[in-house]
Ligand binder design. Sequence first.
Ligand code: NAP
Length: 297
Amino acid sequence: MAPGRVNRDGGRALATFSALLEPKRMESRAFGAGGPPVPAVGQGTWKMERDDPAEAIAALRQGLELGLTHVDTAEMYGMGEVEELLSRALEGRRDRVFLVSKVLPQNASFAGTVKSCESSLRRLGTDRLDCYLLHWPGPHPFGETLRAFQQLQQEGKIRSYGVSNFDADDLEAAVALAGPGKIACNQVPYHLRDRDIEEALVARCQALGVAVVGYSPFGAGEFPAANSAGGKALRAIARERGVSPYAVALRFLLREPGTFVIPKASSARHVEENAAAGDLQLSAEDVQRLDAAFPPG
Ligand code: NAP
């Protein structure tokens, strides 16, 4: 064999080996108008109180290692239990994390929001949240919640604030009250079989400089069955790209600029599969195929 051939093959093998050693690149995007860069793929924590705590903590930490540092929680989750679990997962790692929590609508009066935030901070074992959200529109006027958000921000207890489950009208009204560029995000349901936000909300958020955070990106565990038409399309693309169908689904949901996803996983293997969406590229044909298999509306 010619020496050149040996060198070429050796070079290629070395490149492949070092690529394996390199940490996965996790794509970051600006979190709302002028917001900080935040990983496009994050980690959710709803119902994590039902998981084995040691496994859930290990999974969250593995996610942080892989760049999934956008971590979403809420005072509602396990009635505070999940925030406490998260504080254990974040020990010694808090500074690397973009930490989001939420106030329940029934607590979202001015005084109630301040109290809820302080309770979340205590449970999370931190002195600030990176973003604090109103979980969904409720009985208290948004102006009151907003005043509390503004005070908490001035005190350094929250870095930014946003909303969740707001439709386009609610969001317009919230932005009109808060002023341009102040509402960092709108966290809304988004998965392959629920693409309603693509109709108008994503465009409104983009126009208003509000990040779109897609929750339940796997349909809250109702992932398309392997033998369904959509499941087959996902699996075929996943096989071609050398990733899991879950990574393919996440990447499809990240097509639009300014969008983020926060899948929940309580095993390290699931987290690793999901993290592969970070540097996955889908071709125009892949996207067309998924678009046809999971039509919007
Ligand atoms: P999801 O992320 O759509 O699905 C979670 C389920 O998918 C879990 O059963 C998980 O199993 C499984 N899973 C994850 N990765 C997997 C993989 N690679 N292979 C196979 N299965 C996998 O559901 P979600 O928890 O409803 O949504 C995500 C997050 O969004 C929540 O945790 C929460 O933080 C947020 N959220 C916000 C709102 C809101 O109103 N703002 C509402 C709902 C959710 P394991 O746990 O066994 O890994």
